[in-house]
Design a protein around this ligand. Structure first.
Ligand code: IDP
Ligand code: MG
Length: 151
Protein backbone atom coordinates (compact mmCIF):
# COMPACT_ATOMS: atom_id res chain seq x y z
CA UNK A 1 0.00 0.00 0.00
CA UNK A 2 1.63 3.29 -1.07
CA UNK A 3 1.50 6.57 0.88
CA UNK A 4 0.72 4.77 4.11
CA UNK A 5 0.94 7.34 6.88
CA UNK A 6 0.09 7.62 10.53
CA UNK A 7 -1.74 10.55 12.04
CA UNK A 8 -2.56 11.59 15.58
CA UNK A 9 -6.25 12.33 16.15
CA UNK A 10 -7.54 13.52 19.51
CA UNK A 11 -11.12 14.06 20.65
CA UNK A 12 -10.85 17.19 22.79
CA UNK A 13 -12.54 17.60 26.22
CA UNK A 14 -15.67 19.19 24.66
CA UNK A 15 -15.99 16.29 22.21
CA UNK A 16 -15.79 13.82 25.09
CA UNK A 17 -18.28 15.75 27.25
CA UNK A 18 -20.72 16.11 24.36
CA UNK A 19 -20.72 12.37 23.69
CA UNK A 20 -19.08 12.65 20.26
CA UNK A 21 -16.26 10.11 20.71
CA UNK A 22 -18.14 7.30 18.95
CA UNK A 23 -19.29 9.56 16.11
CA UNK A 24 -15.75 10.82 15.45
CA UNK A 25 -14.13 7.36 15.61
CA UNK A 26 -16.88 5.94 13.41
CA UNK A 27 -16.19 8.45 10.64
CA UNK A 28 -12.54 7.38 10.45
CA UNK A 29 -13.34 3.65 10.77
CA UNK A 30 -15.96 3.81 8.02
CA UNK A 31 -13.57 5.69 5.74
CA UNK A 32 -11.21 2.72 6.01
CA UNK A 33 -8.53 3.95 8.39
CA UNK A 34 -6.94 1.44 10.71
CA UNK A 35 -6.91 2.36 14.40
CA UNK A 36 -3.57 1.34 15.87
CA UNK A 37 -3.74 3.09 19.26
CA UNK A 38 -6.58 4.33 21.44
CA UNK A 39 -6.83 5.56 25.02
CA UNK A 40 -8.51 8.09 27.30
CA UNK A 41 -6.23 10.46 29.17
CA UNK A 42 -6.72 13.58 31.28
CA UNK A 43 -3.71 15.51 30.01
CA UNK A 44 -1.43 17.59 32.22
CA UNK A 45 -0.65 21.18 31.26
CA UNK A 46 2.96 20.08 30.82
CA UNK A 47 1.99 17.54 28.14
CA UNK A 48 -0.32 20.03 26.44
CA UNK A 49 2.35 22.74 26.40
CA UNK A 50 4.61 20.29 24.57
CA UNK A 51 1.84 19.28 22.17
CA UNK A 52 1.04 22.91 21.32
CA UNK A 53 4.61 24.26 21.66
CA UNK A 54 4.43 25.92 18.21
CA UNK A 55 1.57 28.13 19.44
CA UNK A 56 3.10 29.31 22.73
CA UNK A 57 3.40 32.93 21.60
CA UNK A 58 -0.19 33.21 20.37
CA UNK A 59 -2.62 35.30 22.46
CA UNK A 60 -5.07 32.39 22.79
CA UNK A 61 -2.41 29.97 24.13
CA UNK A 62 -3.30 30.22 27.88
CA UNK A 63 -7.00 29.65 27.13
CA UNK A 64 -6.14 26.80 24.77
CA UNK A 65 -4.17 25.01 27.49
CA UNK A 66 -6.97 25.63 30.04
CA UNK A 67 -9.56 24.26 27.59
CA UNK A 68 -7.51 21.19 26.73
CA UNK A 69 -6.75 20.45 30.41
CA UNK A 70 -10.40 20.84 31.47
CA UNK A 71 -11.23 17.14 31.14
CA UNK A 72 -10.22 13.84 29.59
CA UNK A 73 -9.42 13.54 25.89
CA UNK A 74 -9.42 10.48 23.66
CA UNK A 75 -6.07 9.91 21.95
CA UNK A 76 -6.08 7.95 18.70
CA UNK A 77 -3.50 6.91 16.12
CA UNK A 78 -4.80 6.10 12.65
CA UNK A 79 -2.96 4.51 9.78
CA UNK A 80 -3.90 4.52 6.11
CA UNK A 81 -3.44 6.10 2.73
CA UNK A 82 -2.52 9.80 3.05
CA UNK A 83 -3.77 9.62 6.64
CA UNK A 84 -2.41 13.05 7.60
CA UNK A 85 -3.87 15.15 4.77
CA UNK A 86 -7.09 13.11 4.61
CA UNK A 87 -7.52 13.40 8.37
CA UNK A 88 -7.27 17.19 8.05
CA UNK A 89 -9.84 17.23 5.24
CA UNK A 90 -12.23 15.14 7.33
CA UNK A 91 -11.68 17.48 10.29
CA UNK A 92 -12.46 20.71 8.40
CA UNK A 93 -10.93 24.13 9.05
CA UNK A 94 -9.59 25.30 12.40
CA UNK A 95 -12.61 27.65 12.61
CA UNK A 96 -15.76 25.51 12.57
CA UNK A 97 -17.73 28.31 10.89
CA UNK A 98 -15.37 28.09 7.90
CA UNK A 99 -15.62 24.28 7.79
CA UNK A 100 -17.66 22.65 5.04
CA UNK A 101 -20.70 20.58 5.97
CA UNK A 102 -19.70 16.93 5.93
CA UNK A 103 -16.55 17.61 7.92
CA UNK A 104 -16.31 16.80 11.63
CA UNK A 105 -16.02 20.45 12.66
CA UNK A 106 -18.45 21.61 9.96
CA UNK A 107 -21.11 19.23 11.24
CA UNK A 108 -20.57 19.14 15.00
CA UNK A 109 -19.32 22.47 16.40
CA UNK A 110 -19.46 26.25 16.03
CA UNK A 111 -16.48 27.97 17.68
CA UNK A 112 -12.70 27.85 17.22
CA UNK A 113 -12.09 27.62 20.98
CA UNK A 114 -14.43 24.57 21.17
CA UNK A 115 -13.61 22.73 17.99
CA UNK A 116 -13.88 19.19 19.46
CA UNK A 117 -11.09 17.37 17.62
CA UNK A 118 -7.38 17.60 16.80
CA UNK A 119 -5.57 16.16 13.79
CA UNK A 120 -1.84 16.31 12.91
CA UNK A 121 -0.98 18.84 10.19
CA UNK A 122 2.13 17.14 8.72
CA UNK A 123 3.78 13.72 8.69
CA UNK A 124 6.65 15.11 10.75
CA UNK A 125 4.34 16.57 13.41
CA UNK A 126 2.30 13.34 13.42
CA UNK A 127 5.44 11.38 14.32
CA UNK A 128 6.26 13.83 17.12
CA UNK A 129 2.68 13.80 18.47
CA UNK A 130 2.41 9.99 18.37
CA UNK A 131 5.69 9.70 20.32
CA UNK A 132 4.46 12.31 22.82
CA UNK A 133 1.02 10.79 23.47
CA UNK A 134 1.90 7.12 23.03
CA UNK A 135 5.39 6.60 24.49
CA UNK A 136 4.27 3.00 25.16
CA UNK A 137 3.94 2.45 21.39
CA UNK A 138 1.11 1.42 19.07
CA UNK A 139 -0.55 -1.94 18.39
CA UNK A 140 0.63 -3.97 15.40
CA UNK A 141 -1.99 -6.15 13.70
CA UNK A 142 -3.41 -6.93 10.27
CA UNK A 143 -6.77 -5.44 9.41
CA UNK A 144 -8.88 -8.23 7.90
CA UNK A 145 -10.62 -5.82 5.50
CA UNK A 146 -7.41 -4.34 4.04
CA UNK A 147 -7.79 -6.06 0.65
CA UNK A 148 -11.35 -4.72 0.43
CA UNK A 149 -10.23 -1.15 1.07
CA UNK A 150 -7.09 -1.13 -1.11
CA UNK A 151 -6.59 -2.91 -4.46
P1 IDP B 1 -5.74 23.11 14.16
O1 IDP B 1 -6.28 22.46 15.42
O2 IDP B 1 -6.79 23.22 13.09
O3 IDP B 1 -4.48 22.44 13.67
P2 IDP B 1 -4.03 25.24 15.18
O4 IDP B 1 -3.74 26.51 14.46
O5 IDP B 1 -2.96 24.21 15.27
O6 IDP B 1 -5.36 24.62 14.52
O7 IDP B 1 -4.52 25.65 16.63
C1 IDP B 1 -4.65 24.66 17.62
C2 IDP B 1 -5.93 24.90 18.37
O8 IDP B 1 -5.88 26.15 19.02
C3 IDP B 1 -7.20 24.97 17.51
O9 IDP B 1 -7.72 23.71 17.15
C4 IDP B 1 -8.12 25.73 18.42
O10 IDP B 1 -8.66 24.89 19.44
C5 IDP B 1 -7.17 26.73 19.06
N1 IDP B 1 -7.15 28.00 18.32
C6 IDP B 1 -6.55 28.26 17.15
N2 IDP B 1 -6.75 29.52 16.77
C7 IDP B 1 -7.51 30.08 17.74
C8 IDP B 1 -8.07 31.39 17.91
O11 IDP B 1 -7.91 32.29 17.09
N3 IDP B 1 -8.80 31.58 19.04
C9 IDP B 1 -9.01 30.60 19.96
N4 IDP B 1 -8.51 29.38 19.83
C10 IDP B 1 -7.78 29.11 18.73
MG1 MG C 1 -2.60 22.31 14.59
Amino acid sequence: MSNTERTYIMVKPDGVQRGLVGEIIQRFERRGFKMIALKMVWPTTELLEKHYADLKNRPFFPNLIKYMASGPVVAIVLEGRDAVATGRVMLGETDPLKSAPGTIRGDLCLQVGRNICHGSDSVQNAEKEIALWFPEGIVKYTLATENWIFE
